[in-house]
Design a protein around this ligand. Structure first.
Ligand SMILES: Cc1ncc(COP(=O)(O)O)c(C=O)c1O
Length: 459
Protein backbone atom coordinates (compact mmCIF):
# COMPACT_ATOMS: atom_id res chain seq x y z
CA UNK A 1 0.00 0.00 0.00
CA UNK A 2 1.26 3.48 -0.79
CA UNK A 3 2.06 5.69 2.14
CA UNK A 4 -0.07 8.75 2.41
CA UNK A 5 1.14 12.28 2.22
CA UNK A 6 -0.73 12.92 5.44
CA UNK A 7 1.28 10.16 7.09
CA UNK A 8 4.62 11.40 5.78
CA UNK A 9 4.12 14.90 7.14
CA UNK A 10 1.50 14.50 9.82
CA UNK A 11 -0.83 17.41 10.32
CA UNK A 12 1.17 19.81 8.17
CA UNK A 13 -0.63 19.60 4.88
CA UNK A 14 -2.52 22.66 3.84
CA UNK A 15 -5.88 21.53 2.56
CA UNK A 16 -7.07 22.67 -0.78
CA UNK A 17 -9.81 24.51 1.03
CA UNK A 18 -11.67 25.56 -2.07
CA UNK A 19 -12.43 21.97 -3.10
CA UNK A 20 -13.48 20.63 0.28
CA UNK A 21 -15.36 23.81 1.24
CA UNK A 22 -17.47 23.61 -1.85
CA UNK A 23 -18.36 19.95 -1.16
CA UNK A 24 -19.15 20.70 2.48
CA UNK A 25 -21.43 23.56 1.42
CA UNK A 26 -23.27 21.35 -1.08
CA UNK A 27 -23.47 18.60 1.52
CA UNK A 28 -24.86 20.83 4.29
CA UNK A 29 -27.43 22.28 1.89
CA UNK A 30 -29.14 18.96 1.14
CA UNK A 31 -27.91 16.07 3.30
CA UNK A 32 -29.14 15.46 6.85
CA UNK A 33 -26.43 13.56 8.75
CA UNK A 34 -27.45 11.24 11.56
CA UNK A 35 -26.22 11.89 15.12
CA UNK A 36 -25.02 15.28 13.86
CA UNK A 37 -26.08 18.81 14.79
CA UNK A 38 -26.52 20.22 11.31
CA UNK A 39 -26.22 23.84 12.52
CA UNK A 40 -22.61 23.01 13.49
CA UNK A 41 -21.86 20.41 10.82
CA UNK A 42 -19.95 22.60 8.39
CA UNK A 43 -17.89 24.17 11.20
CA UNK A 44 -16.67 20.82 12.53
CA UNK A 45 -14.36 20.19 9.57
CA UNK A 46 -16.22 17.13 8.24
CA UNK A 47 -14.37 14.84 5.87
CA UNK A 48 -15.99 14.44 2.48
CA UNK A 49 -14.84 11.07 1.22
CA UNK A 50 -14.52 10.46 -2.47
CA UNK A 51 -12.92 7.01 -2.66
CA UNK A 52 -10.92 4.46 -0.71
CA UNK A 53 -8.03 2.02 -1.02
CA UNK A 54 -7.10 -0.74 1.41
CA UNK A 55 -7.68 0.58 4.90
CA UNK A 56 -7.53 4.23 3.79
CA UNK A 57 -10.33 6.65 2.98
CA UNK A 58 -9.44 9.40 0.52
CA UNK A 59 -11.17 12.76 0.73
CA UNK A 60 -12.03 15.24 -2.02
CA UNK A 61 -8.62 16.90 -1.57
CA UNK A 62 -6.81 13.60 -2.01
CA UNK A 63 -5.87 13.38 1.67
CA UNK A 64 -5.74 9.86 3.06
CA UNK A 65 -7.09 8.73 6.43
CA UNK A 66 -6.53 5.35 8.01
CA UNK A 67 -10.06 4.12 8.69
CA UNK A 68 -9.42 3.34 12.37
CA UNK A 69 -13.15 2.95 13.12
CA UNK A 70 -13.84 0.72 10.11
CA UNK A 71 -16.42 3.24 8.79
CA UNK A 72 -18.48 2.88 11.95
CA UNK A 73 -17.52 -0.75 12.58
CA UNK A 74 -18.78 -2.20 9.30
CA UNK A 75 -15.60 -2.66 7.29
CA UNK A 76 -13.68 -5.91 7.86
CA UNK A 77 -11.26 -6.69 5.03
CA UNK A 78 -10.54 -3.14 3.89
CA UNK A 79 -12.01 -1.03 1.11
CA UNK A 80 -12.05 -1.83 -2.56
CA UNK A 81 -11.25 -5.55 -2.10
CA UNK A 82 -10.89 -6.99 -5.63
CA UNK A 83 -12.61 -10.28 -4.74
CA UNK A 84 -15.61 -8.54 -3.16
CA UNK A 85 -15.82 -6.08 -6.06
CA UNK A 86 -15.84 -9.04 -8.47
CA UNK A 87 -18.55 -10.89 -6.52
CA UNK A 88 -20.72 -7.79 -6.66
CA UNK A 89 -20.21 -7.26 -10.37
CA UNK A 90 -20.87 -10.94 -11.13
CA UNK A 91 -24.17 -10.84 -9.24
CA UNK A 92 -25.30 -7.73 -11.16
CA UNK A 93 -25.21 -9.89 -14.29
CA UNK A 94 -27.74 -12.26 -12.66
CA UNK A 95 -30.21 -10.26 -10.55
CA UNK A 96 -29.75 -7.34 -8.16
CA UNK A 97 -32.79 -7.99 -6.02
CA UNK A 98 -35.92 -10.08 -5.84
CA UNK A 99 -38.34 -10.22 -2.92
CA UNK A 100 -37.89 -12.76 -0.15
CA UNK A 101 -41.52 -12.52 0.95
CA UNK A 102 -42.98 -15.85 -0.08
CA UNK A 103 -40.22 -16.48 -2.65
CA UNK A 104 -36.56 -17.45 -2.76
CA UNK A 105 -33.32 -16.41 -4.44
CA UNK A 106 -30.41 -18.75 -5.17
CA UNK A 107 -27.60 -16.60 -3.80
CA UNK A 108 -29.52 -15.88 -0.59
CA UNK A 109 -30.04 -19.62 -0.09
CA UNK A 110 -26.32 -20.21 -0.62
CA UNK A 111 -25.47 -17.48 1.87
CA UNK A 112 -27.83 -18.89 4.51
CA UNK A 113 -26.32 -22.36 4.00
CA UNK A 114 -22.79 -20.96 4.43
CA UNK A 115 -23.74 -18.94 7.51
CA UNK A 116 -25.58 -21.93 9.01
CA UNK A 117 -22.27 -23.79 9.16
CA UNK A 118 -20.60 -21.10 11.28
CA UNK A 119 -23.16 -19.35 13.52
CA UNK A 120 -23.34 -20.47 17.19
CA UNK A 121 -27.06 -21.25 16.91
CA UNK A 122 -28.65 -24.71 16.85
CA UNK A 123 -30.50 -25.57 13.62
CA UNK A 124 -30.37 -21.92 12.46
CA UNK A 125 -32.91 -20.13 10.25
CA UNK A 126 -32.17 -16.69 8.78
CA UNK A 127 -34.53 -13.73 8.45
CA UNK A 128 -32.64 -11.11 6.44
CA UNK A 129 -33.06 -7.34 6.67
CA UNK A 130 -30.86 -4.34 5.96
CA UNK A 131 -29.85 -2.70 9.27
CA UNK A 132 -28.67 -3.87 12.66
CA UNK A 133 -31.52 -2.17 14.49
CA UNK A 134 -33.99 -4.05 12.31
CA UNK A 135 -32.29 -7.37 13.12
CA UNK A 136 -32.87 -6.51 16.78
CA UNK A 137 -36.44 -5.36 16.14
CA UNK A 138 -37.18 -8.65 14.38
CA UNK A 139 -35.64 -10.61 17.27
CA UNK A 140 -37.87 -8.76 19.74
CA UNK A 141 -41.00 -9.50 17.74
CA UNK A 142 -40.02 -13.12 17.17
CA UNK A 143 -39.34 -13.63 20.88
CA UNK A 144 -42.65 -12.02 21.78
CA UNK A 145 -44.67 -14.04 19.25
CA UNK A 146 -42.81 -17.22 20.20
CA UNK A 147 -44.57 -17.12 23.54
CA UNK A 148 -47.85 -16.04 21.94
CA UNK A 149 -47.69 -19.04 19.62
CA UNK A 150 -46.97 -21.28 22.57
CA UNK A 151 -49.95 -19.85 24.44
CA UNK A 152 -47.78 -18.35 27.18
CA UNK A 153 -48.67 -14.69 26.55
CA UNK A 154 -51.71 -12.74 25.42
CA UNK A 155 -49.90 -10.45 23.00
CA UNK A 156 -53.27 -8.92 22.03
CA UNK A 157 -54.53 -12.21 20.63
CA UNK A 158 -56.22 -13.59 23.69
CA UNK A 159 -55.19 -12.71 27.20
CA UNK A 160 -53.94 -9.15 26.60
CA UNK A 161 -50.55 -7.56 26.80
CA UNK A 162 -48.67 -7.56 30.05
CA UNK A 163 -49.59 -11.10 31.08
CA UNK A 164 -47.37 -14.11 30.81
CA UNK A 165 -43.98 -13.85 29.11
CA UNK A 166 -44.20 -10.43 27.54
CA UNK A 167 -41.30 -8.43 29.02
CA UNK A 168 -37.65 -8.06 28.11
CA UNK A 169 -34.58 -7.75 30.30
CA UNK A 170 -31.78 -5.53 29.00
CA UNK A 171 -28.60 -4.21 30.55
CA UNK A 172 -27.48 -0.79 31.69
CA UNK A 173 -25.35 1.00 29.07
CA UNK A 174 -26.94 -1.16 26.37
CA UNK A 175 -27.23 0.08 22.79
CA UNK A 176 -29.16 -1.93 20.23
CA UNK A 177 -30.05 0.62 17.54
CA UNK A 178 -32.37 3.54 16.92
CA UNK A 179 -35.76 2.10 15.96
CA UNK A 180 -38.34 2.35 18.74
CA UNK A 181 -38.08 -1.29 19.85
CA UNK A 182 -34.29 -1.36 19.85
CA UNK A 183 -34.26 2.07 21.49
CA UNK A 184 -36.47 0.68 24.27
CA UNK A 185 -33.82 -1.94 24.98
CA UNK A 186 -31.09 0.71 24.96
CA UNK A 187 -30.19 2.46 28.16
CA UNK A 188 -31.42 5.86 27.10
CA UNK A 189 -29.20 8.83 27.74
CA UNK A 190 -29.35 12.26 26.18
CA UNK A 191 -29.53 11.00 22.61
CA UNK A 192 -32.80 9.15 23.10
CA UNK A 193 -34.41 11.13 25.93
CA UNK A 194 -36.90 12.79 23.56
CA UNK A 195 -38.32 9.39 22.62
CA UNK A 196 -38.71 8.03 26.15
CA UNK A 197 -42.53 8.39 26.03
CA UNK A 198 -42.62 6.20 22.90
CA UNK A 199 -40.49 3.40 24.36
CA UNK A 200 -41.77 0.36 26.23
CA UNK A 201 -40.44 -0.39 29.72
CA UNK A 202 -37.92 -3.19 30.24
CA UNK A 203 -36.43 -4.89 33.27
CA UNK A 204 -33.05 -3.17 33.54
CA UNK A 205 -30.03 -4.53 35.41
CA UNK A 206 -26.53 -2.98 35.47
CA UNK A 207 -24.20 -3.20 32.49
CA UNK A 208 -20.61 -4.40 32.20
CA UNK A 209 -19.19 -1.35 34.02
CA UNK A 210 -20.53 -2.87 37.25
CA UNK A 211 -18.30 -5.79 38.31
CA UNK A 212 -21.37 -7.46 39.87
CA UNK A 213 -23.47 -7.11 36.71
CA UNK A 214 -23.80 -10.86 36.03
CA UNK A 215 -24.94 -11.80 39.54
CA UNK A 216 -27.49 -8.97 39.47
CA UNK A 217 -28.80 -9.98 36.04
CA UNK A 218 -29.04 -13.64 37.06
CA UNK A 219 -30.95 -12.70 40.22
CA UNK A 220 -33.38 -10.58 38.17
CA UNK A 221 -33.87 -13.41 35.68
CA UNK A 222 -34.74 -15.72 38.54
CA UNK A 223 -37.06 -13.16 40.11
CA UNK A 224 -38.83 -12.14 36.88
CA UNK A 225 -38.43 -15.47 35.04
CA UNK A 226 -42.15 -16.11 34.57
CA UNK A 227 -42.82 -12.75 32.93
CA UNK A 228 -39.74 -12.51 30.71
CA UNK A 229 -39.96 -13.26 26.99
CA UNK A 230 -36.23 -12.79 26.48
CA UNK A 231 -32.98 -11.36 27.79
CA UNK A 232 -31.05 -9.22 25.32
CA UNK A 233 -27.30 -8.68 25.55
CA UNK A 234 -24.29 -7.56 23.55
CA UNK A 235 -22.03 -10.51 24.39
CA UNK A 236 -18.55 -9.65 25.68
CA UNK A 237 -18.45 -5.96 24.64
CA UNK A 238 -20.96 -3.14 25.01
CA UNK A 239 -19.56 -1.23 22.07
CA UNK A 240 -21.49 2.01 21.75
CA UNK A 241 -21.23 2.77 25.47
CA UNK A 242 -17.45 2.96 25.15
CA UNK A 243 -16.26 -0.64 24.71
CA UNK A 244 -17.28 -1.80 28.18
CA UNK A 245 -16.01 -5.37 28.51
CA UNK A 246 -17.32 -8.45 30.31
CA UNK A 247 -15.60 -11.65 31.35
CA UNK A 248 -16.69 -14.62 29.19
CA UNK A 249 -17.52 -16.69 32.31
CA UNK A 250 -19.95 -13.99 33.51
CA UNK A 251 -21.70 -13.89 30.14
CA UNK A 252 -21.90 -17.67 30.19
CA UNK A 253 -23.47 -17.57 33.67
CA UNK A 254 -26.17 -15.26 32.33
CA UNK A 255 -26.86 -17.69 29.50
CA UNK A 256 -27.22 -20.51 32.01
CA UNK A 257 -29.64 -18.42 34.11
CA UNK A 258 -31.77 -17.90 31.00
CA UNK A 259 -31.85 -21.63 30.31
CA UNK A 260 -32.74 -22.40 33.93
CA UNK A 261 -35.62 -19.89 33.86
CA UNK A 262 -36.78 -20.98 30.40
CA UNK A 263 -36.22 -17.45 29.07
CA UNK A 264 -35.05 -16.88 25.50
CA UNK A 265 -31.57 -15.40 25.06
CA UNK A 266 -31.04 -12.84 22.30
CA UNK A 267 -27.39 -12.10 21.51
CA UNK A 268 -26.95 -8.87 19.61
CA UNK A 269 -23.71 -9.41 17.68
CA UNK A 270 -24.29 -6.57 15.24
CA UNK A 271 -21.04 -4.98 16.49
CA UNK A 272 -19.11 -7.98 17.86
CA UNK A 273 -19.86 -10.37 14.99
CA UNK A 274 -17.57 -11.28 12.12
CA UNK A 275 -14.25 -11.46 13.89
CA UNK A 276 -14.02 -8.20 15.82
CA UNK A 277 -13.33 -9.84 19.17
CA UNK A 278 -10.94 -12.48 17.81
CA UNK A 279 -13.47 -15.25 17.19
CA UNK A 280 -16.04 -15.20 14.42
CA UNK A 281 -18.72 -14.47 17.04
CA UNK A 282 -18.23 -13.29 20.63
CA UNK A 283 -20.87 -15.80 21.79
CA UNK A 284 -18.37 -18.57 21.02
CA UNK A 285 -15.88 -17.23 23.58
CA UNK A 286 -18.68 -17.14 26.15
CA UNK A 287 -19.85 -20.68 25.38
CA UNK A 288 -23.29 -19.37 24.39
CA UNK A 289 -25.78 -20.91 21.95
CA UNK A 290 -28.41 -18.13 21.84
CA UNK A 291 -32.01 -18.73 20.79
CA UNK A 292 -31.83 -15.60 18.63
CA UNK A 293 -28.72 -13.97 17.19
CA UNK A 294 -28.62 -10.53 15.56
CA UNK A 295 -26.10 -9.92 12.79
CA UNK A 296 -25.34 -6.81 10.74
CA UNK A 297 -22.47 -4.41 10.09
CA UNK A 298 -19.58 -6.72 9.07
CA UNK A 299 -21.76 -9.33 7.39
CA UNK A 300 -20.94 -7.92 3.94
CA UNK A 301 -17.48 -6.74 4.93
CA UNK A 302 -18.85 -3.20 5.04
CA UNK A 303 -19.95 -3.16 1.40
CA UNK A 304 -23.75 -3.25 1.40
CA UNK A 305 -26.59 -2.89 3.87
CA UNK A 306 -27.53 -6.32 5.17
CA UNK A 307 -28.52 -7.73 8.54
CA UNK A 308 -30.06 -10.95 9.75
CA UNK A 309 -31.97 -12.33 12.69
CA UNK A 310 -30.95 -15.94 13.24
CA UNK A 311 -33.50 -18.13 15.02
CA UNK A 312 -32.78 -21.54 16.51
CA UNK A 313 -34.82 -24.52 15.32
CA UNK A 314 -36.73 -24.51 18.60
CA UNK A 315 -37.86 -20.92 18.07
CA UNK A 316 -38.51 -21.38 14.35
CA UNK A 317 -40.65 -24.48 14.90
CA UNK A 318 -43.06 -22.52 17.12
CA UNK A 319 -44.04 -20.49 14.04
CA UNK A 320 -45.07 -23.49 11.93
CA UNK A 321 -48.79 -23.99 11.32
CA UNK A 322 -51.53 -23.69 8.71
CA UNK A 323 -50.85 -21.47 5.66
CA UNK A 324 -51.28 -17.81 6.65
CA UNK A 325 -52.52 -18.93 10.06
CA UNK A 326 -51.84 -16.96 13.24
CA UNK A 327 -48.51 -18.72 13.88
CA UNK A 328 -47.03 -17.01 10.79
CA UNK A 329 -44.46 -14.27 11.40
CA UNK A 330 -46.10 -11.37 9.59
CA UNK A 331 -43.04 -9.19 9.22
CA UNK A 332 -40.75 -8.36 6.31
CA UNK A 333 -38.81 -5.59 4.62
CA UNK A 334 -38.65 -4.67 0.94
CA UNK A 335 -34.87 -5.07 0.73
CA UNK A 336 -34.50 -8.02 3.13
CA UNK A 337 -32.22 -10.61 1.51
CA UNK A 338 -30.87 -8.33 -1.20
CA UNK A 339 -29.10 -10.49 -3.78
CA UNK A 340 -26.16 -8.13 -4.36
CA UNK A 341 -25.50 -7.96 -0.62
CA UNK A 342 -25.85 -11.75 -0.34
CA UNK A 343 -23.30 -12.33 -3.11
CA UNK A 344 -20.79 -10.07 -1.37
CA UNK A 345 -21.52 -11.63 2.05
CA UNK A 346 -20.97 -15.11 0.62
CA UNK A 347 -17.61 -14.17 -0.89
CA UNK A 348 -16.72 -12.33 2.32
CA UNK A 349 -17.22 -15.53 4.35
CA UNK A 350 -15.04 -17.45 1.90
CA UNK A 351 -12.26 -14.86 2.18
CA UNK A 352 -12.42 -14.96 5.96
CA UNK A 353 -11.45 -18.60 5.81
CA UNK A 354 -9.06 -18.37 2.85
CA UNK A 355 -7.11 -15.43 4.26
CA UNK A 356 -6.93 -16.77 7.83
CA UNK A 357 -8.48 -13.51 9.05
CA UNK A 358 -9.13 -14.65 12.63
CA UNK A 359 -5.50 -15.61 13.23
CA UNK A 360 -4.42 -12.20 11.91
CA UNK A 361 -6.92 -10.44 14.20
CA UNK A 362 -5.44 -12.21 17.20
CA UNK A 363 -1.89 -11.21 16.22
CA UNK A 364 -2.74 -7.58 15.55
CA UNK A 365 -4.85 -7.42 18.73
CA UNK A 366 -1.83 -8.59 20.74
CA UNK A 367 0.38 -6.00 19.04
CA UNK A 368 -2.16 -3.24 19.70
CA UNK A 369 -2.53 -4.31 23.33
CA UNK A 370 1.24 -4.23 23.83
CA UNK A 371 1.66 -0.77 22.27
CA UNK A 372 -1.30 0.68 24.16
CA UNK A 373 0.01 -0.61 27.47
CA UNK A 374 3.47 0.84 26.73
CA UNK A 375 2.41 4.21 25.41
CA UNK A 376 -1.16 5.03 26.42
CA UNK A 377 -2.43 3.15 29.49
CA UNK A 378 -1.36 4.58 32.81
CA UNK A 379 -0.70 8.01 31.37
CA UNK A 380 -2.06 11.03 33.20
CA UNK A 381 -5.39 11.82 31.62
CA UNK A 382 -6.12 8.23 30.58
CA UNK A 383 -8.56 6.50 32.91
CA UNK A 384 -8.70 3.07 31.26
CA UNK A 385 -7.88 1.12 28.13
CA UNK A 386 -10.44 -1.58 27.35
CA UNK A 387 -9.90 -4.16 24.64
CA UNK A 388 -11.36 -7.38 23.26
CA UNK A 389 -9.72 -8.38 20.01
CA UNK A 390 -9.70 -5.36 17.70
CA UNK A 391 -12.40 -3.50 19.65
CA UNK A 392 -10.70 -0.89 21.82
CA UNK A 393 -11.92 2.00 23.97
CA UNK A 394 -9.51 4.49 25.54
CA UNK A 395 -11.35 6.29 28.30
CA UNK A 396 -10.01 9.74 29.03
CA UNK A 397 -10.10 11.40 32.43
CA UNK A 398 -10.37 15.15 31.91
CA UNK A 399 -9.56 17.17 35.04
CA UNK A 400 -12.88 19.01 34.76
CA UNK A 401 -16.16 18.41 32.96
CA UNK A 402 -16.87 20.14 29.67
CA UNK A 403 -13.30 20.11 28.31
CA UNK A 404 -14.33 17.78 25.47
CA UNK A 405 -11.03 15.94 25.60
CA UNK A 406 -12.36 13.01 23.62
CA UNK A 407 -13.33 15.26 20.76
CA UNK A 408 -10.04 17.13 20.84
CA UNK A 409 -7.94 13.96 20.92
CA UNK A 410 -9.95 12.59 17.99
CA UNK A 411 -9.50 15.84 16.08
CA UNK A 412 -5.74 15.58 16.65
CA UNK A 413 -5.73 11.99 15.45
CA UNK A 414 -7.66 12.91 12.29
CA UNK A 415 -5.02 15.54 11.56
CA UNK A 416 -2.54 12.69 11.52
CA UNK A 417 -4.54 10.66 9.09
CA UNK A 418 -6.45 8.43 11.52
CA UNK A 419 -10.17 8.57 12.23
CA UNK A 420 -11.25 7.43 15.67
CA UNK A 421 -14.61 8.54 17.08
CA UNK A 422 -16.39 9.80 20.12
CA UNK A 423 -15.65 10.82 23.70
CA UNK A 424 -14.18 7.53 24.69
CA UNK A 425 -11.64 7.23 21.91
CA UNK A 426 -12.68 4.16 19.98
CA UNK A 427 -10.16 2.21 17.92
CA UNK A 428 -11.69 -0.47 15.75
CA UNK A 429 -9.60 -0.91 12.61
CA UNK A 430 -10.44 -3.24 9.72
CA UNK A 431 -9.49 -6.83 10.53
CA UNK A 432 -6.80 -6.87 7.84
CA UNK A 433 -4.94 -3.98 9.49
CA UNK A 434 -1.16 -4.38 9.11
CA UNK A 435 1.72 -4.12 11.60
CA UNK A 436 2.76 -0.61 10.41
CA UNK A 437 -0.87 0.54 10.40
CA UNK A 438 -1.29 -0.49 14.05
CA UNK A 439 1.86 1.52 14.81
CA UNK A 440 0.43 4.44 12.88
CA UNK A 441 -2.78 4.36 14.93
CA UNK A 442 -0.92 4.32 18.23
CA UNK A 443 1.49 7.04 17.03
CA UNK A 444 -1.46 9.25 16.11
CA UNK A 445 -3.24 8.61 19.38
CA UNK A 446 -0.04 9.13 21.36
CA UNK A 447 0.68 12.47 19.66
CA UNK A 448 -2.91 13.70 19.88
CA UNK A 449 -3.07 12.78 23.56
CA UNK A 450 0.22 14.58 24.16
CA UNK A 451 -1.13 17.72 22.58
CA UNK A 452 -4.36 17.73 24.52
CA UNK A 453 -2.72 16.80 27.83
CA UNK A 454 0.04 19.35 27.26
CA UNK A 455 -2.44 22.08 26.43
CA UNK A 456 -4.42 21.24 29.49
CA UNK A 457 -1.41 21.33 31.81
CA UNK A 458 -0.28 24.63 30.32
CA UNK A 459 -3.82 25.99 30.67
C1 LIG B 1 -24.77 -3.78 19.34
C2 LIG B 1 -25.47 -3.01 18.27
N1 LIG B 1 -26.71 -3.36 17.91
C3 LIG B 1 -27.38 -2.70 16.94
C4 LIG B 1 -26.81 -1.62 16.30
C5 LIG B 1 -27.60 -0.89 15.25
O1 LIG B 1 -27.13 -1.21 13.98
P1 LIG B 1 -27.53 -0.26 12.73
O2 LIG B 1 -26.78 1.01 12.94
O3 LIG B 1 -27.03 -1.04 11.54
O4 LIG B 1 -29.00 -0.10 12.76
C6 LIG B 1 -25.52 -1.22 16.64
C7 LIG B 1 -24.89 -0.08 15.97
O5 LIG B 1 -23.86 0.41 16.35
C8 LIG B 1 -24.83 -1.92 17.66
O6 LIG B 1 -23.59 -1.55 18.05
Amino acid sequence: MSHSRALDRPGRLVKNLAVSRSWVERDAAVVWHGFTQMAAYADNAPLVIDRAEGRELIDVDGRRYLDAISSLWVNTLGHHVPELDAALVAQTAKVAHSTMLGNGNTVVIELAEALAAVVPVDDPHFLFAADGAVAVEQALKIAFQYWVNRGDVGGGLSRGRGRGRSRFLALGDAYHGDTIGSLSLGDGGVFSAAFAPLCFPVVRTPGYADPGWAAKACAAIEAHGEELAAVVIEPLVQGASGMLCAEPADVRALGEACRAAGVLLICDEVATGFGRTGTLFASEQCGLRPDLLCLGKGITGGYLAMSATVASGRVFDAFLGPDLGPQTFFHGHSYGGNALAAAVALEHLRLFEAWGVLAAVQERAAQLSQLLSERVAGRAGVAAVRQRGLMVGVELAPPAPGLRWGRRVCAGAVERGVRPLGDVVVIMPPLTVTVPEIERIVDALDAALGEVLGESVGG
